[in-house]
Design a protein around this ligand. Sequence first.
Ligand code: GUN
Ligand code: ZN
Length: 437
Amino acid sequence: TAPTDTLIRAELLSFNANPGEANTPSADSLDHYADGLLWLRDGHIHRVGHYSELAPSAPASATLYDHRGKLIMPGFIDSHVHYVQLDIMASYGRQLLDWLNEYTFPEECRFADLEVASRHAEDFLDQMLGHGTTTAQVFGSSHRTSMEALFTAALKRDVRLLGGKVLMDRNAPEALLDGDNGIKDTERLIADWHGKKRLGYSLTPRFAPTSTKAQLDATGALRRNDPTLWLQTHLAENLNEMKWVEELFPTEKDYLSVYETSGLLGPRSTFAHGVHLTPSMRSRLAAQGSSIAFCPSSNLFLGSGLFDRHAADAAGLAYTYASDIGAGTDLDGFSTLKAAYQVGQLAGQPLTAWQGFYGLTLGNAKTLSLDHCIGRLAPGFEADFVVIDTTASPLLARRSQRCQTLAERLFALMMLGDDRAIQETWIAGVCQHRKAY
Ligand code: GUN
Ligand code: ZN
């Protein structure tokens, strides 16, 4: 059958490499077309260029969408988010351990019910796409049903998604503990979903305090048997959590060592937070190619502390940007970058818009080992992207009008943008979200 071609005329911005920390992006690190053409074919990006150069070679049968005045970027990537916590966002006033006991664990108990899980899975994807995120690495609850529901919903919309059922077999309400079924249910989900279309499985031990060493070891064995699996957990988020881990694992030399001795580190392993890392932990994580998910709005909300980006950079430790909903306060990438900027300000580490938007797109894709297929507007890449309207909110519109340079416009977007600026979200060449006016 003949290919289906779609053409979109808009301003285009895409990174090819890390732009560096300077106020000016390093040479060739990005492509920017003020009047560009994005040419899609069969769910992938076919060609990208200046409208005037590319348009003449496009077939007359192609559908053309005129988005002049709008900015298209690769879809945003959220490397750490709990879909089962959507309804406990903004729960008042405690640090991590109290917040887990008071709000999180009771809420997650509801996901034993497939109907509850399915409804939340659809709602989560609606919200995720509505906020410009096209790929996420997601925690379910400890129930197998929670991930059946999410993978089913993601498959229907063809969303590229990583995720896993939480493993937890102690120190939480009985209804959340998975015991021996934890590994069995995980194996079943891997068999059913890992590598199916655009889905990937992330082994998901919640964090050291809620798993026995036996469960962590069994998780490490699964990882060793199949290095194509991803892994996600939490690490060094909160000082009371750190103390608790010391008490629970008195023979381990530090928090990270609990995960190391169970074989959980590797290039596809994401450790959320890493606010309280020691130099030794940074270098051991870096040596294994593991990364930190930096969750700035969550770290501010729970008062966890300030992630040290520069120390991570100096140690060669990669990090991604993440919302960490429900402890995070915003699902959209702009707000995550705004919070990252604010954390940076308090830590004496300003964040440029170049770094921020590189991070949300190609940077996150690279660190999650997904940069062969997403994160760029370039030929051969999957056609996941966002159409951004910088006039969509009155204050952003006013501010954008004053901007002279692309750097200024991007920075204003990073500080003032929210889901109102997401006009459309495209998944594999299909518009899956269009803003209602
Ligand atoms: N540590 C263990 N579980 C969680 C969680 O659900 N959210 C956050 N922010 N930290 C955690
Ligand atoms: Zn989390």
